[in-house]
Write a protein that binds this ligand. Structure first.
Ligand code: SF4
Length: 1018
């Protein structure tokens, strides 16, 4: 250590073995002080192994361990080390050693937020809702995630929350909704148990349960140590605090280091009460409060920056006393600049110019960072920096997904997974690789429209590309590009079926000629693009699904969850590469880091410090726990006197504002020498001009240079708008989702937009009917880990390997015009029978359409629906139509949908499955009728069950009606049950042997299935 310890540091290093709180301001060398305290204790005869350091992230734990190795080289040489862990790591180790006592096995995997949401999403189908808004499943997932986190962070079980609920009749809608959310939390807990995983909250909760139920274990852990150092203690949540108290409370020498002004993670459970209340949570052995020692000498930042930091703290503390940050002996005057520009584009360009100047003045690119409050600010800044030839590295994942190269790569993955995602396809064709214009796509869109009018089954844009030779109006150049696209797509589709996701990403990049393009870029752009692509590939490599195989579909689902603002905390371990590039990241990810020059953009009123329209009021929002149930209740604002939601919002806004100012304090103190704060009059998302935020004004007061440009008046800044999705073939209102969303949020919205009213009202009633027809799940069924559709079962009967690839691995499949025609036929028949069609996407599962011979295209002029209208069913009224079924066979659930049940006389049922193709005698298809018959006799269709039953395939393809029917008797039923049970067993045991047959000809996977190919060749 080359510098002299300050008296403050010396006091901490020398403090005796007793509980101690260290209030360490930003940049005051707290890690150094911790390391020196440990070094001094070891020199005074404490065994290194009996010292435990706990910090927040893996990265911080690694850095602390490295520092200790450097400071204690002799011990390291002897193979002896101080123990260093993260807070979660400590809980994990406790469970690894003793977890069996609370039912946690040693090899239990831990899942992060993206995976948690995935499991919650899986549970949506098994809970019945009356109060939650099912039109917005993502909202339900987020709320369940929040409530599950709150329950865990406060060491509660869902039953504890239920007990606190008012009795039925006295409950408001918030409590009713909360109870429904609790059912989803239960389902999520069950899902974790059934696949043997825990989340981070469970780690702490279970470890706490363990040490409180078994005090001898707490004693045993405690006896291993003589000193514990808790770093970044202000970021811990109440459950972590209670775990540490249960083991190390009551006078044990715990040193907690932190800064309550840097508590910026309250939104993810951190509690300021932990740091503020440390002195009595961890009292001296005699019961008196623990001591507090300050660290105030900042060795990082220059004077001007510290002046601003102290102004922010003044605002935070009001009249209460606080220790202001003092500049270190080497501090210079420092530089603060503010820029208030005309438009956001001008602001970004100004930032680029200032960064260039800083670089010209000697700053390395990697010593400069742009810290944004929200991910959405990243693209404009990045673009301006790149245009100015400045290399950039986007460190926030949410921002990474928005940069063009990654967005295009993800678009490719999306169309490989689901060819009907026209938005992604359009992004690719209009993007840099193919450079097509909307005009080039117009003939394809016209072809799609025309096929719709002809009653063909809603072909997708990709099918139009497949038929591009038959489409007139495409220019030769456009034709060539579409053919080029088609060739690349076909090649990638084959790969997508056979290679892991990381390899597929590399193949897509090769097909995009991404690396060649990178090589052709100027140096700075090449560095930026390469760093961002590497970061994305790192993300793909490190991804593992919580459950099941690593499929493209589950990876895309994971990406969708990551793009959420709250997700980046999962990626604490992703470090900045420190390549020669300017880092762009959110302030929350920048904690613990520092740069010579820091830019904070978009410091506009309401933007930063940010303001929401509503806050986490447990009185108004079901996903938040009532304060009385929280472990940090005493530190929360008093809402009891606020009668109206707006009053509560006002109280919470003030409370939230403090966290925003703490975030500002963190942002400002990342800078060593230069801080640039910017904003602009005009932003694309607002028509009215913006004004500087109080933070901007504060910075402006200290700034050496302030640039102010006049308001240019209303502007139209170009913004990327993704093309809309293709219209629903039956409902021409293409923006139905938005209409419904708006109408749900605001009951008056439809009155203000009458042109949307008829379509929205019709569709809303259709949705209600659909929801009402859903079967009520039985609670016991929630633990079932495996499920398939009747279509899946038929495929399993035909060829287990095909089933595995199609339904377990979910390999991408080719778009099938025949299946689409089948779906269209079923929609027409359903419209005929019921007068409505389902909201479900057009897919074969929605109508139990196994890809079989019967789905072959019908001969020309033989419209199956016309044949239907001539058949015996045209004038018969079905007793039930489109009946959802859900059956259990062993631990496998089979779900499906029966086309129609006729009852020609009381007690005699005929179950009919309509087929749009020609007659087929494929024996695998029989599984479909067998499943339907079992559903009927088991009461899964309706009660009472029929006295007599027949099951029928009705074929309407080929121009002539034909049928295959069976009268069901006990022997037939027994054989059917045996067959389906043995198929389920095969699924349970992962027995997926190939079974080649004539069906291999139509198999999606024939291009790489060796068994199928040799069968066909032979
Ligand atoms: S090609 Fe034949 S054997 Fe191979 S998976 Fe397909 S159906 Fe099964």
């Amino acid at each position: 250590m080359t510098f002299q310890l300050t008296p403050e540091q010396q006091a901490i290093v020398d403090y005796p073995l007793a509980p101690l709180r260290v209030a360490a301001g930003a940049g005051t060398g707290k890690t150094t002080t911790i390391v020196l305290r440990l070094k001094a204790l070891i020199a005074a005869d404490i065994e290194p192994e009996s010292a435990l350091g706990i910090t927040f992230t893996n990265k911080a734990a690694g850095e602390l361990a490295d520092r200790l190795r450097v400071e204690l080289p002799d011990l390291t040489a002897d193979g002896r080390e101080v123990q260093v862990s993260t807070y979660h790591g400590f809980a994990y180790e406790v469970l690894r050693e003793f977890g069996a006592l609370v039912g946690v096995e040693r090899d239990t995997a831990v899942i992060g937020p993206a995976h948690q949401k995935q499991l919650i999403e899986d549970g949506l189908g098994v809970v019945h809702f009356d109060h939650l808004d099912l039109t917005y499943p993502r909202g339900i997932i987020d709320k369940t995630f929040t409530l599950a986190g709150q329950v865990g962070d406060n060491l509660l079980a869902t039953s504890d929350v239920r007990v606190a609920a008012p009795a039925a009749g006295g409950r408001d809608d918030v409590w009713d909704t909360r109870l429904e959310l609790l059912s989803l939390v239960d389902s999520y807990v069950l899902a974790k148990t059934s696949i043997g995983v825990v989340d981070y909250g469970d780690l702490v909760g279970r470890a706490h349960q363990l040490v409180t139920e078994h005090p001898a274990i707490a004693e045993r852990i405690r006896a291993r140590y003589r000193i514990v150092l808790l770093d970044e203690y202000q970021d811990t949540d109440p459950a972590q605090r209670e775990l540490l108290r249960a083991v190390f409370g009551g006078g044990f020498p715990v040193t907690a280091v932190g800064d309550s002004d840097q508590t910026i993670y309250e939104w993810r459970g951190a509690s300021r009460l932990n740091f503020d209340g440390f002195v009595h949570h961890f009292p001296n052995p005699d019961g008196t409060n623990a001591a507090t020692l300050p660290l105030t000498l900042n060795r990082r930042s220059d004077r001007a920056i510290l002046d601003l930091a102290n102004l922010i703290r003044e605002r935070l503390h009001g009249d209460a006393p606080f220790d202001s940050l003092d500049p270190g002996p080497g501090a210079r005057s420092g530089q603060i600049e503010t820029g208030w520009l005309g438009t956001r584009g001008e602001e970004a360009a100004w930032i680029a110019a200032r960064i260039e100047e800083a670089h010209d003045d000697g700053s390395r690119w990697d010593e400069i960072a742009v810290l944004v409050r929200k991910n959405k600010d990243i693209p404009a800044i990045r673009e301006a920096l790149l245009s100015a030839g400045i290399p950039t590295e986007v460190v926030s994942v949410g921002g990474l997904l928005e940069i063009p190269e990654i967005a295009e790569l993800v678009a490719w993955l999306q169309i490989l997974d689901d060819p009907s995602t026209s938005t992604s396809l359009a992004r690719i064709l209009l993007g840099s690789a193919f450079r097509m214009g909307l005009g080039d796509l117009a003939p394809l869109a016209a072809w799609v429209r025309e096929r719709n009018h002809q009653g063909d089954a809603s072909p997708s844009l990709i099918e139009a590309i497949d038929h591009v030779e038959q489409i007139s109006g495409c220019s030769p150049e456009a034709m060539q590009r579409l053919e080029d696209f088609r060739a690349r797509y076909s090649r990638l589709l084959v790969e997508a079926q056979s290679v892991p996701v990381p390899d597929l990403c590399r193949s897509v990049l090769a097909a995009m000629h991404a690396w060649t393009e990178v090589d052709a870029m100027n140096d700075h752009a090449a560095v930026s693009t390469r760093l961002n692509l590497y970061r994305f590939l790192d993300l793909v490599e490190s991804w593992k699904p919580v459950v099941g195989r690593a499929t493209l579909e589950s990876f895309l689902q994971y990406l969708r969850l990551l793009s959420d603002e709250s997700a980046p905390q999962e990626l604490d371990t992703v470090a900045i590469s420190r390549g020669p590039a300017v880092a762009i990241l959110t302030i929350h990810r920048a904690k613990g880091l520092e740069w010579d020059t820091v830019v904070i953009p978009s410091v506009v009123d309401g933007g930063f410090p940010s303001r929401s329209r509503s806050y986490a009021s447990p009185i108004d929002k079901a996903e938040y726990l009532p304060y009385s149930l929280r472990l940090d209740a005493e530190s929360l604002p008093d809402l009891s006197g606020a009668q109206k939601a707006s009053d509560r919002n006002a109280i919470l806004r003030k409370y939230h504002e403090a966290e925003e100012w703490r975030t500002a304090y963190v942002a400002v103190t990342r800078a060593r020498h230069q801080l640039i704060v910017t904003g602009s009059h005009r932003t694309p998302e607002r028509k009215t001009p913006r004004i500087p935020s109080p933070l901007f004004t504060m910075a402006e007061k200290i700034a050496g240079t302030s640039v102010v440009i006049d308001d240019p008046g209303p502007i139209e800044e170009p913004q990327w708008e993704p093309p809309g999705s293709a219209p629903d073939p039956l409902f021409t209102e293409s923006s139905w989702d938005e209409v419904l969303r708006e109408a749900t949020k605001d009951p008056e919205w439809l009155n203000a937009h009458p042109k949307h009213k008829p379509a929205a009202t019709a569709r809303a009633s259709q949705m209600r009917l659909e929801l009402e027809s859903l079967p009520q799940p039985a609670v016991a069924e929630q633990s079932v880990a495996r499920a398939t559709s009747v279509t899946g079962l038929v495929t399993l009967a035909r060829c287990p390997l095909q089933f595995r690839w199609a339904f377990v691995d979910r390999l991408p499949r080719r778009p099938s015009p025949a299946l689409r025609r089948g779906v269209q036929f079923h929609r027409s028949v359903e419209l005929h029978n019921v007068g409505k069609v389902p909201l479900a996407d057009l897919d074969e599962i929605a109508y139990d359409l196994p890809g079989d011979g019967s789905s072959e295209p019908a001969a020309s002029g033989a419209d199956p629906y016309e044949v239907f209208l001539e058949s015996r069913f045209a004038d018969q009224k079905a007793r039930f139509a489109e009946v959802p079924i859900d059956l259990g066979f062993g631990s496998v659930r089979v779900r499906g949908r029966i086309d129609a049940v006729y009852e020609p006389e009381p007690g005699r049922w005929e179950i009919v499955d309509y087929k749009s193709g020609r007659p087929s005698d494929d024996p695998a298809l029989d599984v479909q009728l067998e499943t339907y018959a079992i559903a009927a006799v088991d009461g899964a269709v309706a009660e009472p069950i029929p006295d007599q039953l027949s099951v029928t395939f009705a074929f309407f393809g080929g121009g002539e009606y034909a049928e295959r029917s069976v009268d069901v008797n006990d022997a037939w039923l027994d054989a059917a049950r045996d067959r389906i049970e043995s198929l389920s067993l095969r699924f349970e045991r992962d027995e997926f042997e190939p079974t080649p047959s004539a069906a291999c000809r139509r198999c999606d996977f024939i291009s790489f299935c060796e068994t199928g190919r040799s069968f066909l060749d032979g």
